[in-house]
Structures are given as structure tokens and as C-alpha cells.
Design a protein around this ligand. Structure first.
Ligand code: FAD
Length: 303
């Protein structure tokens, strides 16, 4: 079995930056990814807030980062990690191979929770977004629908109200957000709220033009015309492989300290998958760098 100093699970920005830092620290690194390298960036139309590169397509940024890892000689393999066995040396199992490492950096990110509405997949990244900071500027002076009734939905709706012509908040039941958030919406003339309502179907041809709605109490159906939809009904951290370890919070995110260390020696978390306040490319690469440097110290201590 091949043994590495560090195995990085997930090749999003957190994982790729961790691999670069580990590689440049002279460690042997294997980066494992179950999809296309780039993580959520691959499905992001435009990234405008990554310092130094201006505005560019998410897939272009993903490719630039991946090419950077390859130009430094980071070993990359396709593989879905299905199990991790802890020990002095750690075993990482994919669907078709097993690898050994002294340290593991988990950078598996999150996936948006789905609504289950018709055409949700079809308009994903093409009218439907899960990130107001990222995609909000695409809807300047346009009509948008924000789906969700919690704090993050209301916070993002307020952010969007500063850009869009109109923002309609759609909540399945009542708003669950705290009063301070709800009161803030009252200061915006362009925010309206529809309660007890769900989306049955997203509509449009080449681009999204609206949504078919159903009132969950009266069962009355209606349709709304919008240019964009932002869904904030939560993300699911990809941590099923870690459920046997006691390093997750109640929502399934990895608990780390400021050095990205988990409670298990030699296992680190980085990026969107850890407990944190701001999930962005900039914060993901920050975590990856810290995790790799800390893994390097751990490996040195093991010698
Ligand atoms: C629509 C959208 C637009 C966004 N726009 C922006 C923006 O403009 N600017 C910005 O800063 N941020 C933006 N973000 C947020 C940003 O994309 C994330 O914060 C960032 O990608 C997190 O990086 P990550 O490496 O932690 O995780 P991810 O990017 O989620 O990468 C995790 C990787 O791990 C892989 N993986 C998962 N499980 C396994 C497994 N078991 N085995 C192997 N591989 C696995 C996944 O396939 C994935 O490639 C956006 C997010 C979304 C959803």
C-alpha cells in the first residue's frame, strides 16, 4: 500500500490549497477527489470577490488552481473516500483502493439542501443560486425570489434588496428568523414576504423566468415571475465518512480549533465542512493552508 505524509480528501479550494502548502513544505501528498477538481467553484457562474483575479468564471478559477497543484507536482487521483481508519498510521479507503498516511486533511465541503421542486436541477447555476454574496450582483435591478425562513435567508434577502429591483421571501411556514432580522426587512420597500408557501416547479426555457407556487394551508396555486432564485434552506456537510468519530457538531460540521485540528491527532478539517461563520473561497484556502502547516508539524513530531 502506498504511504503518504498527508492525504487530502476533496479538491475544492480548501483541499487544493492544503495540497499546495503541504507539497511546498516538502511533504508527500495525495489529493483525492470524487468529482471534478474545483468543488463548488465548478458550478459557480462568476467569481468576483477572489482578490487579484478580478471577475472570472468559477470553472476557470478551479482550473487555474488545479493547474497550480499539478505544476508543483501534487499527486492527484480520482476517488471517492468511503472510510477512514484511525491509528498511528491512518488508512483511507476509496471505492476501489486503499492508501496510508500519517495525517489526513478533510476538505469535503457541503452540498446545498434540495427543495425537491420540479426543474430544480435544470436551473441550478442558471437562475437558481445558493450564494447571494457571489451571484447577487448578476441580478442588479431584477426581480428575485429568496426561499427560506431562517436567519440566513433573511440576511441574504436584505443583502439582495440593496441590489435587486424586488426581493420576495418565500417561507414554507412562518419566518423562523429572529425578530431583529425580520424588523430589518421592514426598512426595505422592495422586500415582500409570502408565508406558508412552497415552490412546486421552476419555469423557463433557456433561462429561468419564474416559479409555480402552492399555499401549504389553502392548497391554492399561483405563479410568480422572477429573474433569479436564491435558495437558503441549508447546506449539508459531506461528513458521512466521519460519523463514527466524535468530531462533528449536531449539524454534522467538523469541529476544529484555530489550527484546523480535530480532537483526533493527525486528522484536520478545512473549508466549508468545518464549523465557521463565513463559507467562501478566501476562507477555504485560508483553512487549507493552516491545516497543511499544522499537519507538517504533527508529522515532524512523529519522527
Ligand atoms: C452557487 C455558489 C456560488 C458561490 N460563489 C462564490 C463566490 O463568488 N465567491 C466565493 O468566495 N465563494 C463562493 N461560493 C462559496 C465557495 O464555493 C465555497 O465556500 C468553497 O468552494 C468551499 O471550498 P471547499 O474546498 O471547502 O469545499 P467544496 O468547494 O465544496 O469542495 C469539496 C470537494 O470535496 C469533494 N468530496 C466530497 N466528498 C468527498 C469524498 N468522500 N471523497 C472525495 N472527494 C469528496 C467534492 O466533490 C468537492 O469537489 C459559492 C458557493 C455556491 C454554492
Amino acid at each position: 500500500m502506498n504511504k503518504y505524509d498527508v492525504i487530502v480528501v476533496g479538491a475544492g479550494p480548501a483541499g487544493m490549497n492544503a495540497a499546495i502548502y503541504a507539497n511546498r513544505a516538502g511533504l508527500s501528498v495525495l489529493m483525492l477527489e470524487k468529482g471534478a477538481p474545483g468543488g463548488q467553484m465548478v458550478n459557480t457562474a462568476e467569481v468576483e470577490n477572489y482578490i487579484g483575479l478580478g471577475k472570472l468564471g468559477g470553472a476557470d478559477l478551479a482550473l487555474k488552481m488545479f493547474n497550480h497543484t499539478q505544476s508543483l507536482g501534487v499527486e492527484y487521483k480520482y476517488g471517492e473516500v468511503i472510510d477512514i481508519i484511525d491509528g498511528e498510521s491512518k488508512i483511507v479507503k476509496t471505492t476501489d483502493a486503499e492508501y496510508e498516511a500519517t495525517a489526513i486533511i478533510i476538505a469535503t465541503g457541503t452540498v446545498p439542501r434540495a427543495l425537491g421542486a420540479i426543474n430544480e436541477d435544470r436551473f441550478a447555476g442558471n437562475g437558481i443560486s445558493w450564494c447571494a454574496i457571489c451571484d447577487g450582483p448578476l441580478y442588479k435591478e431584477k426581480d428575485v425570489l429568496v426561499i427560506g425562513g431562517g436567519n440566513s435567508a433573511i440576511e441574504e434577502a436584505i443583502y439582495l434588496a440593496g441590489l435587486a429591483k424586488s426581493v420576495t421571501i418565500l417561507a414554507r411556514k412562518t419566518l423562523r428568523a429572529s425578530n431583529s432580522y425580520i424588523e430589518k426587512t421592514e426598512k426595505y420597500d422592495n422586500i415582500s414576504i409570502i408565508k406558508d408557501t412552497s415552490v412546486e416547479e421552476f419555469v423557463g426555457e433557456a433561462t429561468l423566468t419564474g416559479a409555480k407556487l402552492i399555499n401549504n394551508v389553502t392548497k391554492e396555486k399561483s405563479e410568480i415571475s422572477v429573474d433569479g432564485v436564491f435558495i437558503f434552506v441549508g447546506f449539508i456537510p459531506k461528513t458521512d465518512i466521519l460519523s463514527k468519530f466524535e468530531i462533528l457538531d449536531s449539524a454534522g460540521y467538523i469541529e476544529t480549533n484555530e489550527f484546523m485540528e480535530t480532537k483526533i491527532k493527525g486528522i484536520y478539517g478545512a473549508g466549508d465542512v468545518i464549523v465557521k461563520h463565513l463559507r467562501q473561497i478566501a476562507t477555504a484556502i485560508n483553512d487549507g493552508a493552516i491545516a497543511a502547516m499544522q499537519a507538517g508539524k504533527y508529522i515532524e513530531d512523529q519522527k
